[in-house]
Design a binder for this molecule. Sequence first.
Ligand code: HEM
Length: 185
Amino acid sequence: MYGIVTKAIGDLVVTNHGVAQWEAIQEKAGVEADFLVGNEPYPDDLAYRLVGAAAEVLGCDVDAFLIRFGEHWVLKTGMESYGALLKSGGVSLADFLVKLPNFHTRVSLLYPQLTPPEFSCTDIGAHSMRLHYFTQRPGLTSFMIGLLRGLSTLYETPVRITLVAQKAKGDDHDIFEIDWGAPKE
Ligand code: HEM
């Protein structure tokens, strides 16, 4: 994954927990993340090791950290560094989600060696839809949940997110049922 991913993990940790914790995480992971370059691609293993070490050092589970990271990615990294790209993604949460299958095509213009996730939308109703998430990478379901929560905050649209199929449990891919007509959990 591109260095911007590991940089954003560092930003989340430093902003909320301080530099000392971030240094402890880099040491535990055996990754000198501060030396990675944002627009260079690196093996995925580096990001996974940092996430695992962050959960250990901060005393939370990996999924909880990935949810926080997803929210941070949209609300901080996305808004601060890719504001125009993010805002052009849709005029409402529903619009953004329907257009999400094409979103990383535009990201690829900035990062040509991107290995992006893929999405499709089905069962699109007035207040809900199903978002299908396809990836070659394991263990990122909670990151997706955090990203969706971040988008919900960004568009000031409360959502209920239900995982109705899970690749980790043998399904073909993850499917999120997203309902924006109901009060937020
Ligand atoms: C500011 C906007 C965004 C940018 C610049 C961006 C960029 C990226 C980059 C660079 C990666 C790493 C992939 C690689 O390096 O090969 C990535 C991965 C990913 N992105 Fe985005 N992204 C953005 C928004 C979103 C949104 C809104 C979603 C979904 C709601 C999303 C879902 C994901 C997921 C799930 C991955 C993990 C990779 C995988 O599943 O295989 N991204 N993105």
